[in-house]
Design a protein around this ligand. Structure first.
Ligand code: NCD
Length: 306
């Protein structure tokens, strides 16, 4: 039995197969409409979510399966003091596969060690968010036609943003990737990623504070929200929250074929005036999130169309 806890749990070849499947699901949805008939997905969400939870639900429904779950710790027995390991033992009795989001780093990994069904990490604290990364990879591959040979700008809260951490981990496996890490000094990428992933892998990267300076060289611009819930101090958040606002004037500095991604939700960091720019692909990205989650559920449940 397989779980998805980190984006590195799948090899580059396995990811290609997964993305091929997602692209086929997009083209031929009717072929997959009943492959999960009679199967149940449990969504165990101890932290708020819109896209991740709903896209998992949509994915399972579109495969013919059913969904059970809770959407906050307060609505589960965690509020009574139940441990994650006991909750996953219960979920293993009620469902065939589960997606777990938790504010504590490592909680889905712990759950996977006590589970008799596949566990998907749907985001653990400031650590990793592998299914968002699969979504990001599918978006980039589908729209740019490749995953290597490009300059990727990551902008915003690189310290607490788990989507950024997972994406860097995944992209360094492709050749010719260069990163431009754009953040205020206080929100720089954690040293464990800088040292253990970028430096250790001899991956070219630059760190800068100014988004305008970075714009002209980027093939991908990945914007992120300042992660309010992970700040210790509200004043510090207020000081940081509007550190970057992507607007039309900044977009004018970018390449014609650049793609702007954002895992969403956005707060202020992309002005709504950018939404109509054909290079703004964040809503299409959310749609790719359903196809890749359908492909992932099928792969972990080992089902295929007959
Ligand atoms: C992200 C997350 O939860 O980390 N959202 C998502 O799943 N699409 C990004 C964020 O909350 O900023």
């Amino acid at each position: 039995m397989r779980h998805l806890i980190s984006p590195l749990d799948f090899s580059v070849e396995e990811l290609d197969t997964l993305m091929d499947l997602a692209n086929d699901i997009e083209k031929n949805p009717e072929k997959y409409a009943h492959v999960c008939d009679g199967r149940i997905l449990a969504t165990l969400f101890y932290e708020p979510s819109t896209r991740t939870r709903l896209s998992f639900e949509s994915a399972m429904n579109r495969l013919g399966g059913k969904v059970i779950g809770f959407s906050s710790a307060a609505a589960s027995s965690a509020a009574k003091g139940e441990s994650v390991t006991d909750t996953i033992r219960m979920a293993s009795c009620y469902a065939d596969i589960c997606a777990m989001r938790h504010p504590k780093e490592g909680a889905p990994l712990v759950a996977s060690l006590h589970s008799s069904i596949p566990v998907i990490n749907a985001g653990d604290g400031g650590h990793q968010h592998p299914t968002q990364t699969l979504t990001d990879l599918l978006t980039i591959r589908s729209l740019k036609g490749r995953l290597g040979g490009m300059t990727v700008g990551l902008c915003g809260d690189l310290k607490f943003g788990r989507t950024v951490h997972s994406l860097i981990n995944a992209l360094v496996r492709y050749t010719g990737i260069r990163f431009v890490l754009i953040s205020p000094n206080e929100l720089r990428i954690p040293s464990y990623i800088r040292d253990n992933v970028l430096e250790a892998g001899h991956i070219p990267y630059t760190e800068m504070e100014n988004l305008e300076d970075a714009m002209p060289e980027l093939d991908i611009l990945y914007m992120t929200r300042v992660q309010r819930e992970r700040f210790f101090n509200e004043e510090e958040y207020i000081r940081m929250k509007d550190c970057y606002i992507l607007d039309k004037a900044k977009m004018a500095l970018g390449k014609e074929d650049m793609c702007v991604l954002h895992p969403l939700p956005r707060v202020n960091e992309i002005s709504t005036e950018v939404d109509d720019d054909p290079r703004a692909v964040y809503f299409r990205q959310a749609r790719y999130g359903v196809y890749i989650r359908m492909a992932l559920i099928m792969t972990l449940l080992e089902v295929s169309p007959c």
